[in-house]
Write a protein that binds this ligand. Structure first.
Ligand code: KIV
Ligand code: ZN
Length: 452
């Protein structure tokens, strides 16, 4: 039976980048966009072109270099913003203009100082203008979940008539509860003329920790696009986390029988790349990509894991791309092993860059014997930034390389041995069985990132 397909709309480079400490330069945004492309997201919201020249350039460069996914540029509901977004998107293979306008009375009264009538007219006019430029137009009524439902239906109906192809329903302040958010999507589907012609999208913020639950509730009521970010970064408490949405739909396919195009084994690399670029580490207990997501410390848990990983694991580390730490990187390692580990950490290099990384790697390995992921990330960072190798154990960022050995909370190696190197792990929902090699490398790596 065909399952409905969910469009994964990644807004790490726009909403995510708006969060404190997460800003990125143009080059970093392009690198991350290439990584998102490999991950398989359907839409990349590359920025808000009117916001700054840097944002404009990032959207322009991503549009020119990342050709498979749709590239979206954000615009307020006014001609100047829409024109600027369209200008930035000129080189895109699949451009989308994303227009937004607040619709809640609180925003209309205190922020925009316009009436509902004016809001309706402005939304209609901006979408019609965007449509005259670009076939693919998304509209977001900002603060939709605190908007009078009757008025929201009116606005949504008007923008569909004006040419919107996707209607996004933002829970801008993370106020909604899952049943409520699901009900809102259901109401729109029941009440709005023309709604069947467009894709309904979710966009949930995490102020009450419900962004993922709300997004999934929206999907269950007929939304077919989910807006989310890597590591759940975003304004305030963040956006719905892409990796959590994807894995919830994969592990609990019995409850969420939907398809998406994300290659889950690339999730960890994308998460690592974002953490490395922004220097904002992933919280240790973060679902899917945190360092403890696959660590088992309690004796009872360790015992269960040794007997059968099914006791305490509902997905394998490998299924989200957590690399196999049994591949030890030392002075005898070759270029191929080094390239593979770089790739698992989210970096792909041209031959010349890899040569330089390898050269520095051999010098380091000679000195510290075992090169851990933290060392490698630091070294990669130096090469990418073009910093000279000074032969000391202090990197250009001023960080001392961490000790070469570390003890791990769970003897995964023991678990692996007990399972003759591999283990069969299946989700409780009975999805495909996956062979996993155990690994726990990221404990050390993130201790390093956390400055332990
Ligand atoms: O949270 C929000 O309302 C937004 C819109 C611009 C889509 O990010
Ligand atoms: Zn948002």
């Amino acid at each position: 039976m065909d399952r409905p397909r969910i469009t994964i709309f990644d807004t790490t480079l726009r909403d995510g980048e708006q969060s404190p400490g997460c800003s990125m330069n143009v080059q970093e945004k392009v690198r991350l966009a290439q990584r998102l492309d490999r991950l398989g997201v359907d839409v990349i919201e590359a920025g808000f072109p009117i916001a700054s020249d840097g944002d404009f350039e990032a959207v322009q460069r991503i549009a020119a270099t990342v050709r498979r996914p749709i590239i979206a540029g954000l615009a307020r509901a006014c001609k100047g913003d829409v024109d600027r977004a369209w200008q930035a998107l000129q080189g895109a293979a699949h451009p989308r203009i994303h227009v937004f306008l607040a619709t809640s009375d609180i925003h209309l009264q205190y922020k925009l100082r316009i009436t509902r009538e004016q809001c309706l007219g402005q939304a209609r006019e901006a979408v019609a203008h965007a449509k005259s430029l670009c076939a693919d137009v998304e509209f977001s009524p900002e603060d939709a979940t605190r908007t009078d439902v009757g008025f929201l239906c009116q606005v949504v109906e008007a923008v569909i008539a004006a040419g919107a192809t996707t209607v996004n329903i933002p829970d801008t302040v993370g106020y909604s509860m899952p049943e409520e958010y699901g009900q809102l999507i259901r109401t729109l589907r029941e009440k709005v003329t023309g709604i069947e012609k467009v894709t309904i999208s979710t966009h949930c913020h995490n102020d009450l920790g419900l962004a993922v639950a709300n997004s999934l509730a929206g999907v269950q009521q007929g939304a077919r696009q989910v807006e989310c970010t890597i590591n759940g970064i975003g304004e305030r408490a963040g956006n719905a986390s892409l990796e959590e949405i994807v894995m919830a739909m994969r592990v609990r396919v019995d409850r969420y029988p939907y398809e998406n195009g994300v290659a889950s084994e690339h999730l960890f690399a994308a998460s690592q790349m974002l953490a490395e670029i922004t220097r904002v580490p992933v919280q240790p207990n973060k679902a899917i990509t945190g360092r403890n997501a696959f660590a088992h410390e309690a004796g009872i848990h360790q015992d269960g894991m040794l007997k059968n990983p099914l006791t305490y694991e509902i997905m394998t580390p490998q299924s989200v791309g957590v690399p196999d730490s049994r591949l030890v990187l030392g002075k005898h390692s070759g270029r191929h092993a080094l390239a593979l580990r770089c790739e698992q950490l989210g970096h792909q290099f041209e031959r010349r860059e890899l040569d330089e990384i390898y050269r520095r790697f051999v010098v380091l390995a000679d000195r510290i014997k075992k090169v851990q992921d933290g060392h490698l990330l630091e070294l990669i960072h130096d090469v990418v930034e073009g910093n000279a190798s000074n032969g000391s154990s202090v990197s250009s960022t001023g960080k001392k390389f961490p000790p070469a050995t570390a003890s791990l909370p769970l003897p995964r190696a023991a678990a692996a041995a007990a399972n003759s190197g591999d283990a069969q792990v299946a989700g409780s929902a009975g999805q495909a069985t996956v062979k996993i090699p155990f690994s726990d490398h990221h404990v050390e790596q993130e201790d390093y990132l956390w400055g332990v």
